[in-house]
Write a protein that binds this ligand. Structure first.
Ligand SMILES: Nc1ncnc2c1ncn2[C@@H]1O[C@H](COP(=O)(O)OP(=O)(O)OP(=O)(O)O)[C@@H](O)[C@H]1O
Length: 268
């Protein structure tokens, strides 16, 4: 199956600070992948490169096989619409209702005059209502975002990505500001969406236990490169690695050093 999104050998430096140094990953439709790594490792930078908000110094991002680099502005906007972004601080317009925030996911597709007058089409409103219903918040459609709980606001942000009809969701620490129950609800929802809608979801997480519980694969960004942390490895390979001091493979979601994995577990 063609990857929903790929980052290939991305490099990014800010002056002398090399943040990404050949970072590669590939996520298939229906996969829920965690991206972990120490603070400042470059997880947000990687996401910004993957959404086209930051231009990498080298390397390529492909969405459904289409390279972002070199696309004309209109085509880039069309491809970027396939990527929904969810942030730690929700990024909702707090004075607007939940429904209006979800409708913002339709902005790119709506006619300019509709946006200017705030008059979305019936089909856009139905789509937004369906997205709110899917995240369990239809009853709160007309409630101001500022009066919703953190967990509810994050679910509105996910509904906005659904209304955008994204095929990929990049979620940058989506549960970092939430209490444990709300965090669990948000991650359960994301996991369900991968299965139900075939979304490819990559989510940065600081809580290793949550990544292990909810995600199909755990990737680690460290030293500007990405390695696979654990469970997508067949059990026989894991058993072999625990006996062998040899590094099996490198980068592109396949870097597996038994020492590194052990160290990571200790740190976590
Ligand atoms: N626009 C920028 N200009 C200069 N330096 C930047 C810029 N954006 C990020 N950096 C630097 O890049 C490095 C990686 O930052 P980034 O926010 O991507 O890390 P992170 O892994 O998301 O961290 P955290 O887990 O704490 O959110 C940091 O050293 C940061 O200071």
């Amino acid at each position: 199956m063609k990857p929903a999104i790929e980052a290939i050998d991305l490099a990014k430096s800010f002056e002398s600070n090399t943040v990404l140094d050949g970072a590669s990953l590939s996520i298939r439709p229906g996969e829920f992948v965690a991206l972990v790594g120490p603070s400042g490792a470059g997880k947000s930078t990687l996401f910004r490169c993957m959404t086209g908000l930051t231009a990498p110094d080298a390397g390529e991002v492909r969405v459904a096989g289409v390279p972002l680099g070199g696309l004309r502005a209109r085509d880039l906007a069309r491809v970027r619409r396939r990527i929904g972004v969810v942030f730690q601080q929700y990024n909702l317009v707090r004075r607007l209702s939940a429904l209006d925030n979800v409708l913002a996911g339709r902005l790119a597709d709506a006619a300019a005059w509709r946006v200017a007058l705030g008059r979305f089409s019936r089909s856009d409103r139905l789509l937004a209502a369906a997205a709110l219903d899917r995240v369990g918040l239809l009853d709160h459609a007309h409630q101001r975002a500022s009066t919703l709980s953190g967990g509810q606001q994050q679910r509105v942000a996910i509904a906005r990505a659904l209304a955008q009809e994204s095929s990929v969701i990049l979620a940058d620490e989506p549960v970092a500001s939430l209490d444990p129950d709300s965090a669990e609800m948000v991650l359960t929802l994301l996991k369900q969406l991968t299965a139900e809608k075939g979304l490819a979801i990559c989510c940065t997480l600081h809580q290793h236990a949550l990544a292990e519980r909810f995600c199909d694969r755990i990737l680690e960004l460290r030293g500007g490169r990405i390695g696979l942390q654990d469970e997508a490895v067949p059990s026989f390979a894991r058993a072999w690695q625990s006996l062998s001091p040899v590094r099996v493979s490198q980068n592109a979601g396949t870097s597996l050093s038994p020492e590194g994995r052990h160290r990571r577990r200790v740190e976590a």
